[in-house]
Design a protein around this ligand. Structure first.
Ligand SMILES: [Zn+2]
Length: 266
């Protein structure tokens, strides 16, 4: 099992791609969010991953930096299906609001010919809080992160009987999700900036965390490994070093601050 960090940036990223990642088991992929544009294809290409090999996509919420890349994927898949270059089906999972947006966007942006594959071969699957699905022969449970902004879901992905990956989306861990997230092998948590720079970046105004906050959550939740993402990007060269230095004061597991396109073996 491996995780490819396709993007690590926040919504206003210029130098990073927006936060999205791919979980890969053998040759099967589970894409989580698409970033904000068709740069998703460039990111995949740099990792030698064929976009056409992706069959499962999850969208956490409706913000542009997460959903627009998925619209581009839908367009490309619809085109490939129409010209018989793709034999399989594509499944896109999200909560009701996002599924409705995707459905309306398909009506608005796809040609009538392309749109024919929606519900026929591109399946828009509504997930509810606590729903479980079998995806790539792994159990995946989706949950409402109880965002104060827009409705957003996270998930728990079982690697095997004893190990799970938990993703909190792009907002801080909420106590109500403790039962899903506690004791994860891998925790994916946003960290907008260093705690020492919170006056400059004002993460709380955007409902985001500092590195310290994310690390304290991971420590409390007994996560074995912690991956931080969705960050500011003013000092990308030093980000890994600076975030790791601050984070290690509050978290004693294995801390990862990946760059775009970094691959993590799980
Ligand atoms: Zn975001």
């Amino acid at each position: 099992m491996k995780l490819t960090m396709l993007g690590t940036g926040n919504a206003s990223a210029f130098d990073c791609y927006n936060t999205c990642f791919l979980l890969t088991d053998e040759n099967e992929h589970f894409l989580v969010d698409g970033g904000g544009g068709n740069g998703i294809f460039h990111q995949l290409r740099q990792e030698n991953i064929e976009w056409i090999d992706i069959h499962n996509i999850f969208v956490t919420h409706k913000h542009m930096d997460h959903i627009f890349g998925v619209l581009w994927m839908i367009r490309m898949f619809a085109q490939a299906m129409q010209s018989n270059k793709y034999d399989d089906d594509l499944r896109i999972y999200s909560h009701r609001e996002v599924i409705n947006i995707l459905r309306n966007a398909c009506k608005a942006f796809l040609t009538p010919k392309q749109a024919k594959v929606i519900d026929d071969r591109i399946h828009l699957i509504t997930v509810h809080d606590g729903d479980r699905f079998n995806i790539m022969h792994h159990e995946v449970q989706f949950f409402d992160i109880h965002s104060e902004k827009d409705r957003q879901f996270g998930f728990v992905f079982e690697i095997d009987e004893n190990r799970k990956i938990a993703c909190c989306g792009d907002e801080p861990f909420n106590e109500r999700n403790k039962r899903y997230i506690e004791n994860s092998d891998w925790l994916l948590h946003e960290a907008f900036c260093l705690d020492s720079q919170k006056e400059k970046f004002k993460p709380y105004e955007k409902h985001h965390s500092t590195v310290k906050d994310a690390c304290e959550n991971a420590e409390k939740l007994k996560a074995v490994n912690l991956i931080l993402y969705h960050t500011e990007e003013t000092n990308l060269k030093e980000r890994k070093k600076l975030y790791s230095e601050e984070g290690k004061k509050y978290y004693h597991g294995n801390l990862y601050v990946p760059d775009d396109l970094e691959v993590i073996e799980m």
